[in-house]
Design a protein around this ligand. Structure first.
Ligand SMILES: [Zn+2]
Length: 213
């Protein structure tokens, strides 16, 4: 698997490229900014961008999806829970879209990407598991978590989603949607040790930490 973490835009966003060495197919995860950077990174690996997967509906992750899909003919994937917001930004009627559900699988050549529905930051937020790498969007950051005070946000849902991620193996690598930590990526085990929100065992403790209880 070819995997690239790419810094893009003024809000410390990360986009990702997941590519299959053999078939040369690739998916871009999130397309908020600087799509030429993404196109060039794919080109460098001789990859063809076939799919664009959006972790959630916030503009800093999706505002360039329409342009990138128009340039590459890629299909755009997103969770049905964030569909209304995302559809507003996909203006080109020729772009193919595909709505995702929990546990769906997207294939890139021989690579399987498992979709985990992790609402809380937004109703249709997803995490993507490809081999030993988990792309977490704005659900889980290095030593932090996504906001729950934006429209559609829900702290208790986020708590449940984090419990779901905690069940993954400690060695799974965590690749967030923003470069907010001291390091650009981490592991589930590392977050269990140092992330105060991820460490919380109870809803009460979690809400307390958020200043909501
Ligand atoms: Zn967001």
């Amino acid at each position: 698997m070819i995997f690239r973490q790419i810094h893009a835009g003024p809000m410390q966003n990360f986009s990702y490229i997941i590519g299959d060495e053999k078939s040369k197919e690739a998916a871009v995860v999130d397309a908020g900014w600087e799509i030429d950077k993404l196109i060039n990174a794919a080109k460098k690996e001789k990859l063809e961008i076939k799919k664009i997967i959006l972790t959630h509906s916030h503009y800093d992750h999706i505002q360039k999806a329409d342009e990138l899909a128009s340039k590459t003919n890629a299909t755009v994937y997103f969770h049905e829970g964030d569909s209304d917001e995302i559809k507003k930004l996909i203006k080109n009627p020729n772009i193919q879209i595909h709505k995702l559900k929990n546990n769906d699988e997207i294939t890139i050549g021989k690579i399987k990407i498992k979709i985990m529905h992790t609402p809380g930051h937004s109703p249709g937020a997803i995490c993507l598991l490809a081999e030993n790498k988990l792309i977490t969007g704005d659900t889980l950051f290095v030593n932090a978590i996504g906001r729950t005070d934006l429209p559609g946000g829900d702290p208790l849902q986020l708590f449940s989603s984090l419990q779901k991620l905690k069940k993954l193996d400690d060695g799974i690598e965590v690749y967030p949607g923003h470069d907010y930590g001291e390091i650009p990526f981490s592991t589930i085990g590392g977050e269990k040790k140092t992330n105060p929100y991820f460490k919380c065992e109870s809803k009460e403790q979690f809400l307390n930490l958020l200043g909501l209880f």
